[in-house]
Design a protein around this ligand. Sequence first.
Ligand SMILES: Cc1cc2nc3c(=O)[nH]c(=O)nc-3n(C[C@H](O)[C@H](O)[C@H](O)COP(=O)(O)OP(=O)(O)OC[C@H]3O[C@@H](n4cnc5c(N)ncnc54)[C@H](O)[C@@H]3O)c2cc1C
Length: 357
Amino acid sequence: MVTLKNLHSFIEMGHKVTVIGPSKYHYYSGMGPGMLGKTYTPDDIRFAVELVVTKQGGNFVLDKVVKIDPASKTVFLENGEPITYDVLSFNAGSYVPWDQVTGGQTDIYSAKPIETLLKAQERVLELISHKTINISIIGGGPSSLEIAGNIWQLASDLGKHMPAITIFAGSRLMSRFPEKIRNMAYKSLRTRGITIIENDYSKEVQSGKITLESGSVHEADIIFLAVGVKPSTIFKESNLPTGPDGGLLVNKYLQCTEYPEIFGGGDCIYFQDQPLDKVGVYAVRENPVLFHNLVSTLEGNELNPFDPGGSYLLIFNTGGGKGILGKNSLIFDGRLAFWIKDYIDRKFMREFQEMEK
Ligand SMILES: Cc1cc2nc3c(=O)[nH]c(=O)nc-3n(C[C@H](O)[C@H](O)[C@H](O)COP(=O)(O)OP(=O)(O)OC[C@H]3O[C@@H](n4cnc5c(N)ncnc54)[C@H](O)[C@@H]3O)c2cc1C
């Protein structure tokens, strides 16, 4: 986002900039579940990337990168012509794997791309307007918690047929988090009648049906996949150095360990010095370093190292205007937690949406 905001400075230095993305808009995932629950409109949570790029004199290509050839410094696209580069920045994020899905994909939605949640919202509203349905969410992490809470909000606000919501949490709900946060998550879900199934992983997902490792089969009208994310597949496809999760292996300068003209940030990288959680907080902390290092590489100046910093604040949007906040030993839930998240997220959006004006 910082590089996009400062795109004009590359142009002013005499460079040509091309931004490649599959959508004219970039959706901010931190507010995605809130959009699902109708707290936010799509406009509230998206940046007009194409507009911002072209306004500053850059070139926007509506396409998807499939792989690159680092030897000839060429980027290959899904549909368009290959594009060459001198310096490349990877910010392609992560995706939710669909490995378990067999057969058709009707009424199956994943937590990412965020645009999918809008389609899911429309479908949920359509179905619950005239009947009671089963909605299942596969995954036991924060996105599962947030999707469940915001589906509940969506249905409660509509006030017609309340769906039966079930979370298939795999091992345990929010297993990576302190007990206090976990207990708050259980309380929030259970008081709303949301069922949590633990100690049983999903094995196969088909339209309308989930089969667990234990053999039990569950019917579901709508299924959400929230099974965690993996870095973009571009790096494996391109034989670039990767970390154990398949993310682009980068050194302390956020620079590819083998090709010094390639950089990256966010969910799609594997930071060599220490593995980083796939949270927006790190993408945001990397932002100024990434921008500086892209400029410095083009201008022959010194690179800055990235320091991941200490612990970070996490706030989960549990729907109904409530949240769970945690930073170190400070943990609380309720309306104030969501209010703080809403304030931070809207402020973040405003800063970058300013670019559109
Ligand atoms: C539901 C949900 C809620 C979350 N809430 C929070 C939160 O509250 N706080 C927090 O810190 N983190 C949160 N996270 C994690 C956070 O979203 C990510 O860590 C963050 O978005 C990473 O930023 P990014 O720029 O690397 O990737 P992304 O935000 O995923 O952006 C990647 C971009 O690259 C584009 N792209 C993808 N593939 C290609 C390709 N092949 N070619 C070209 N372009 C491509 C995509 O369209 C997208 O615009 C949440 C995640 C999810 C799924």
